[in-house]
Design a protein around this ligand. Sequence first.
Ligand code: SF4
Ligand code: SF4
Length: 308
Amino acid sequence: MDIKIYILSSGKYSSRIVNNMAKMGFAENMVGIHEVDEDLPEFIDNVEEHIPQNLPEADLILAMGLFGDINMIIPAVTEKTGAKSIIVPIYHPKQIPLGLQKEIEEEVEGKTIIFPKPFCTLKPVDDPYIDAFAKVFGKPELEIQSNGIIKKINVKRGAPCGSTWFVAEKLESTPVDGAEMEAGSRYHNYPCLASMSVDNQIGDTLLHIAGYKIKEAVKMELGFAAKSAVVNDDICQGGESCGHECRDTCPTVKIGDNTIIIKENGKAEVNPETCGNCGICIQKCPSGAIEIEDRVKIREKSINNIKS
Ligand code: SF4
Ligand code: SF4
């Protein structure tokens, strides 16, 4: 799809994404980039004077790395470019307070606006422009060929910063058993520019969430989690005796994953695909019903084996 993307960019976080988009063949889709000074104060009296002039027509606005009030230029830029869709990735817990997010949403009413937190949690949202972008960039998805050793990895969708392509290249020739943990450490070598501060809405850092997503992509293909929280059904008191603290404090549940589900009998169950192995549920469960187990199976048929 031939989408026209206009970019509001500030700082290293954003330039890395712009560079990766160009590398992945999106240079011609970027119809303009406006650099926003990263030293602007968080609170700005007159936001209008920062609105870029002579804006081109665009379908999709990417507003990346802008911190605080300067994000209020997004509605005017959307209006002037005629864009229908907007992505505002969040890489730091203090980047856009919820009140400001709501204000922006109200100002662009009728357009699709999303705030993926962090950017590598982006999935299609039933919007033609965002979904065209999310075909290539967003929550990592891989295709792995292996015969005990990883032979080949195809990145179906990668983190916009480029980390997924970096990790995929490094994983080739890695034994399947260690691949998930290796993906986690390779991802930390990139390094990810998401914040290391705990996000109070999620209860974990955005850097960790991004790490869970690349490991999830590996697990999905290999069919097992190297480590996952597991609920002991005999000990779980779920139902009337427990308020399901495990589910209510799990960071991946808070970003919209079904990591902890409550079964009909009221007891909890962990989905190893999306469990980030953070251990928070273990600390919060009042009954001590959860522990981390090794090599937890995800699904019947695991690897797309190559006959060697
Ligand atoms: S917090 Fe513990 S006891 Fe309660 S539902 Fe979760 S696993 Fe079960
Ligand atoms: S260890 Fe527990 S809290 Fe952490 S991601 Fe897994 S299920 Fe959620």
